[in-house]
Design a protein around this ligand. Structure first.
Ligand SMILES: NC(=O)c1ccc[n+]([C@@H]2O[C@H](COP(=O)([O-])OP(=O)(O)OC[C@H]3O[C@@H](n4cnc5c(N)ncnc54)[C@H](O)[C@@H]3O)[C@@H](O)[C@H]2O)c1
Ligand SMILES: [Zn+2]
Length: 404
């Protein structure tokens, strides 16, 4: 498999995009809607140094004919935000982060009529943006970085520009014409904040389905019960898959995995060595190995382990390494060839996966999965440093910034 160095790619994307973001936002001013009670300025949480956000205030600019002003209601803290907060690997500082955000349209340029799915947009609608843009609904972030550099309008992951209202950790966001935006007024606030991480798993499950191995009656192992693994379990349940074994070392997370639909769980800390752990996974499936497994940790050891849990002829979706997590040691003969394992990798999502995600969130609620409980902590914008430290201490699952 080709190895992708995401940090290099992102740096390249950014260097080619710099300069264009500000000029787009400075388009001629005209709006179809009255200004109403929109304030003259907006607060933003600007990451100005490592582990330090400052709350800054900037004028809300005039909108271009294709632009949208969104009043931010909330935004999730993502692993990528945590990386930026701690190390700035992409060299973005100063930057307004926050890409898992949602809010209400309070002003629109006169040309704005529909969202990226063709659904009408109106004042008062609740929206999310998507990092994948609309000219190709099937484009993945991998293709985006390779081919579409310069065409993207990404919010919360670009260095600051002269408008400043370009990330969701803020009171207001200016969504520029041509960006991917969706009307999600029929979802509650917590669900809307969970859309972006859920889209990652919709994509992973779509990738898994290409193997032809994932079926209604499959035995599925999900290794890693952070937000990513937990959402994976919930999606499998909404698809009608019943036989799911969750594997992690944190009992609280394993217990929640059961609430979200896992039929059994295995705490790897209770078992010494890979043979004993494999037996425990087998026992949890009633004496069988998994037909299919999702690897949802960023641990190379966990990657090496997971092949042992899969039956001959089974399948694996590896999605745990959003960034380079180091090398894993496996035995290609025993782990892949002789077992005839079909493996797929999964990274980010497509625009189409985004739309599927809205339906997943509704289905999860309909069958009673407590998906909103994934958001364990909520902080106001001015406590964003504390929110990030809570995230780094791994005290909860999904941490969110919620505006009043
Ligand atoms: N493919 C993508 O597009 C994509 C997108 C987002 C995140 N990710 C990656 O997915 C991974 C999981 O994300 P998250 O937010 O759930 O992270 P997380 O750190 O909250 O969860 C990881 C879980 O794995 C468990 N774990 C660690 N080592 C283990 C082992 N050996 N066996 C079993 N469990 C083990 C941990 O206890 C933890 O609960 C991260 O590495 C992240 O980078 C990938
Ligand atoms: Zn994210």
């Amino acid at each position: 498999m080709e190895q992708v160095n995401i940090e290099e790619i992102v740096k390249q994307v950014l260097s080619e995009m710099k300069g264009s973001a500000g000029s787009q936002a400075a388009a001629p001013a005209r709006s179809a809607a009255p200004a109403g009670a929109i304030p003259k300025t907006s607060r933003v949480a600007m990451l100005t140094g490592l582990e330090n956000y400052d709350i800054k205030e900037y004028p809300i600019p005039e909108l271009g004919d294709d632009d949208i002003l969104v009043k931010v209601e909330g935004c999730g803290v993502c692993g990528t935000d945590a990386h930026e907060f701690k190390r700035d690997p992409f060299g973005l500082i100063p930057v307004v982060l926050g890409h898992e955000g949602t809010g209400e349209i309070v002003k629109m340029g006169k040309n704005v009529k529909v969202d990226s799915a063709g659904k009408p947009l109106a004042l008062g609608d609740k929206v999310v943006t998507c990092m994948i843009f609309k000219d190709n609904p099937d484009i993945t972030m991998f293709d985006l970085n390779k081919q579409n550099v310069g065409g993207a309008d990404v919010y919360g992951l670009l260095p600051d520009d002269d408008i400043h209202l370009n990330g969701w950790f803020a009171d207001y966001l200016v969504v520029r014409g041509g960006s991917s935006i969706f009307n999600v007024s029929d979802l509650d606030l917590d669900s809307r904040i969970l859309i972006e991480p859920c889209a990652v798993l919709i994509h992973a499950v779509e990738r898994a389905k290409t193997t032809g191995i994932l079926r209604f009656n499959s035995r599925v192992a999900v290794q890693g019960c952070g937000p990513i693994g937990l959402i994976c379990i919930a999606i499998l349940r909404t698809m009608g898959i019943q036989n799911i074994v969750a594997i992690d070392g944190e009992q609280k997370r394993l217990d929640f995995a059961k609430e979200l639909g896992a039929s059994a769980s295995v705490n790897f800390k209770d078992h010494k060595g890979i043979e004993e752990l494999t037996e425990a996974v087998k026992d949890a499936f009633g004496g069988y190995l998994a037909d299919f497994a999702f690897q949802c940790t960023g641990s190379p050891v966990a990657h090496a382990n997971i092949y042992k849990f899969i039956r001959n002829g089974g399948g694996l979706c590896e999605l745990g390494f959003f960034i380079n997590g180091g090398d894993a040691t496996i035995n290609p003969h025993f782990d892949i060839c002789s077992k005839e394992i079909t493996t797929v990798g999964s990274w980010v999502y497509t625009l189409r996966d985004y739309a599927t995600t809205f339906d997943f969130l509704k289905s999860a609620k309909q069958i009673g999965l407590p998906i909103n409980k994934l958001i364990t902590h909520k902080f106001p914008l001015d406590q964003i440093n504390e929110a990030h430290h809570t995230n780094l201490r791994m005290e909860g699952l999904k941490i969110a910034i919620i505006n009043e």
